[in-house]
Write a protein that binds this ligand. Structure first.
Ligand code: 5CA
Length: 445
């Protein structure tokens, strides 16, 4: 992509309405535009990151054996009357009437609708286990939408729903989600700690939230400092192996880590004092096991292997897809701008032409662009007729992890410069070596 032809409306000034760094940088980098309280347009650069995040979510859900579908944003009120949540959900639910006067709502979550799909098509244990999920826009009329995409009213969520024959199988689905989420967040360059939490309007008594530690987080958290160092890494987990999956979950949930809603001062005080930490966190996901709460009220039954009709066991599992952009920026930035982890960056690499119009520099940039594209790496090439300083400032703000700088002086010696956004370290090398290096960096991503 050539910057001269792109749509990247960067702002020079700090927007007054933005109180936290991620919101500030998302506005300044031309990623989002607020349309009204808690509702945003996703501008091209923001959309690229949103799409990257969705791709990672889909890939990890596929690995865990979960099946994508797509349910609508608008739902009929009657489904929610069956579960009893139409009245319970309160003012957070956006209620709408169509021209026939039928009551509708903009879905804040999809337990009822997916249960309706399930009961229409599945009635035997032979079709289980089944986990269906989608990535779809949600609406919650939050009392205080704030911090940009962090607490929106319209926001993008991955929500998945497991259907199992008994409690053991449903708890395995819960564990499978936990492990797949750990992988998902790690691929985005995040450490998200599963913490015992409260279930709120979704229900059930077994739930964990995934929190990214950040001083700007909305949740107060209490944890054992050792929990921060746990990593899933490259290990392969067989998602069908209940014991192996449970073992990983035990590893990540044994150390004390709780939100203020479930905090237990006695247990916390039992941790050695130097490891006792109180902080703040951004909730980027939550998993729930709630058994037959929806299947009983909505008549979602299956016949088990003894020929008996039983209510299907369920749980639901959410990732805050749009919130993740804010969380990643909170966790990865400096005073010049965003520093995208390679896994989610909008472009893998930027090309800065120090002397647009210089025949050698222009040709070298075009050749770099072509060579990178041939490796499946689409660069953002700053081909504008701008000062070098302005080009660097834009690249730093939008946070591409790697930059190739091309100028007549270097080219005279046959070299360009490859710079890491994170460390600021620049290395001179031939254009071919720069392409090879960038390709090598992204090979494992
Ligand atoms: N049905 C369940 C799981 S699928 C559910 O709705 N869970 S939730 O309420 O915990 O939401 C899932 C995730 O969506 C949260 O962990 C959070 O990361 C994100 N989320 C919730 N509310 C908002 C909001 N107002 N703005 C942005 N993201 C949000």
């Amino acid at each position: 992509m050539r910057l001269s032809r792109y749509f990247l409306p960067v702002l020079k000034e700090n927007p007054a309405e933005a109180q936290i760094v991620s919101h500030r940088y998302m506005l300044r980098a031309g990623m989002i535009k607020q349309q009204t309280a808690g509702i945003y347009s996703w501008l091209p650069l923001g959309l690229r990151v949103l799409n990257r995040i969705q791709t990672i979510v889909h890939e990890e859900q596929a690995r865990a054996g979960h099946i994508p579908l797509l349910m609508p944003t608008l739902q009929p009120a009657d489904l929610w009357r069956e579960s009893g949540r139409y009245d319970d959900y309160g003012q957070e639910m956006l209620r709408i009437k169509d021209r026939q006067g039928r009551e509708m709502l903009y879905g804040p979550t999809n337990e009822e609708m997916v249960t309706d799909i399930f009961r229409s098509h599945v009635n035997s244990y032979k079709d289980l286990p089944l986990t269906l999920y989608h990535i779809q826009w949600k609406f919650r009329d939050e009392m205080r939408p704030r911090f940009g995409v962090m607490r929106g009213r319209e926001f993008l969520m991955k929500d998945g729903y497991n259907f199992d024959i008994d409690k053991d199988a449903a708890l395995h689905a819960y564990n499978r989600h936990m492990v797949s989420y750990l992988r998902t967040y790690e691929r985005m360059g995040l450490t998200a700690i599963p913490m015992r939490a409260a279930s709120g309007p979704i229900g059930g008594d077994n739930t964990h939230e995934f929190l990214v530690l950040a001083s700007t987080g909305e949740s107060e958290v209490f944890y054992d400092a050792a929990v921060v160092h746990l990593k899933l890494g490259a290990r392969e987990v067989d998602y069908d192996d209940r014991a192996a999956v449970a073992e990983v979950c035990a590893e990540f949930t044994t150390l004390y880590a709780r939100t203020d809603e479930t905090h237990d001062a006695t247990l916390f005080d039992a941790i050695p004092e130097e490891r006792r930490k109180v902080g703040r966190g951004i909730e980027v996901g939550q998993i729930f096991y709630f058994g037959t709460k929806y299947s009983e009220s909505m008549g979602a039954n299956v016949v088990n292997d003894k020929g008996e009709k039983v209510a299907v066991e369920m749980g639901s599992h959410g990732i805050g897809v749009s919130r993740l952009l804010g969380a990643i920026i909170e966790a990865s930035h400096d005073d010049k701008g965003i520093i995208w982890p390679e896994g989610v960056t909008p472009f893998p690499v930027g090309i800065v032409n120090l002397k647009q119009g210089d025949a050698a520099a222009d040709a070298a940039c075009a050749a770099l662009e072509k060579a990178l594209l041939a490796k499946g790496l689409e660069p953002l090439y700053d081909d504008r007729d701008e000062r070098a300083g302005a080009k660097f400032a834009t690249m730093d703000l939008i946070g591409l992890p790697w930059r190739i700088t091309v100028g007549p002086r270097g080219l005279a010696n046959g070299v360009v410069e490859l710079t890491s956004r994170r460390t600021g370290v620049s290395v001179e090398m031939t254009p071919e070596a720069a392409v090879a290096k960038v390709a090598e960096i992204y090979a494992g991503i």
